[in-house]
Design a protein around this ligand. Sequence first.
Ligand code: SF4
Ligand code: SF4
Length: 103
Amino acid sequence: MIPYSELSPDAQIEILEGRLAIVKDLCKGCYFCIEFCPKHVLAVSKDFNKKGYHPPAVKEAMACSNCKLCEYYCPEFAIYTPAGSEKKKAKPKPAPGVVGGAS
Ligand code: SF4
Ligand code: SF4
């Protein structure tokens, strides 16, 4: 995968608490990300990007569930959840008597 820094070296990137990144200058203003976000995290910003569109902005930061729908729907790869931003899941403990489990 091409790093975003190579796609748009001077792009403005908004990072939402390590969970969501918006590369504003890649956005073409389709608003799929806003329409399909189940948590209503995003809204149309008042800012213009280099293409003359209003990119999305975060309005409800704490509501983001890191579901990645915005990333899947964006046709311009302008919004994504950075690697490692998912909450770590606890490893299930092996049952007693199983190899590697409690004895
Ligand atoms: S889906 Fe992508 S291109 Fe469309 S408004 Fe959202 S960030 Fe911009
Ligand atoms: S990751 Fe999911 S909840 Fe968070 S902004 Fe994107 S679509 Fe909304």
